[in-house]
Write a protein that binds this ligand. Structure first.
Ligand SMILES: Nc1[nH]c(=O)nc2c1ncn2[C@H]1C[C@H](O)[C@@H](COP(=O)(O)OP(=O)(O)OP(=O)(O)O)O1
Length: 212
């Protein structure tokens, strides 16, 4: 039986993929705010990230997203934010859910994470984000995944690898599940200086033949 933290709901079987900071209690929160985060992944080899130019998480690379507006579904917000921040549209599907609690904020973030494997339009820098492609390093992508495809003429290996040291600390724990196309959920609690103090991440069990 997996010990899933408060704030997380999921359907279907789930296995733990990472956990830590066990000496802390989960931080209490009063409200939950809805956010989105969207990733475009091509050929299972490269991912579009944006450098946050202002506001929350400034200076960090991340997917594209923001607050879900009143009257919007998370899926609608995800499409709108990807268009506003990167200038493109994509057939986004929800691939995971993340829950973040900061000890200085009364509201927790519930982030619906979306993925697409194609896009249309021209990638364009916005006031909020500078988009750039990064290669997905071997250790973040289970190469035995039967879904992994061969890259035809689009040389992802020449791109810089995902800049994990300039991303949120939680990303390295759930990204392998995302790149392995396994539905994932997780929670991370943050203390001072955006330091992660307790975390738990789970994913749908790997398909037979996967390396993780
Ligand atoms: N610990 C964390 N790890 C992570 O990978 N993404 C996180 C994160 N904490 C927040 N995010 C993401 C969710 C969302 O995509 C983004 C925060 O959204 P924004 O700062 O763009 O929201 P805003 O309040 O500015 O909303 P908008 O004005 O609607 O864009 O950061």
């Amino acid at each position: 039986m997996v010990n899933i933290p408060p704030g997380i709901t999921h359907d279907g079987p789930m296995v733990e993929v990472a956990s830590g900071g066990v000496e802390h209690d989960w931080i209490k929160y009063e409200k939950v705010k809805e956010y989105t985060n969207a990733f475009v992944i091509l050929n299972d080899q490269k991912v579009l990230l944006g450098l946050k130019k202002r506001g929350f998480g400034v200076g960090l690379w991340n997917g594209f997203g923001g607050k879900v507006d009143p009257g919007e579904t998370p899926a609608q917000a995800a499409v709108r934010e990807l268009e506003e921040e990167a200038g493109i549209t994509a057939p986004l599907r929800q691939c995971g859910t993340l829950f973040f609690v900061e000890n200085t904020m009364d509201a927790a973030f519930n982030i619906s994470v979306f993925c697409a494997y194609e896009y249309s339009g021209t990638i364009t820098e916005s006031d909020e984000m500078r988009p750039e492609w990064f290669s997905i390093p071997e250790d973040l992508l289970p190469r035995t995944n039967p879904l992994t495809t061969v890259d035809h003429g689009d040389n992802a290996a020449a791109l810089p690898p995902i800049p994990l040291s300039k991303m949120w600390a939680d990303d390295e724990f759930w990204m392998p599940a995302m790149f392995g196309r396994r539905h994932f959920v997780g929670r991370a609690d943050f203390g001072v200086d955006n330091k992660m103090i307790k975390w738990w991440f789970g994913a749908a069990p790997a398909a037979t033949g996967d390396s993780v």
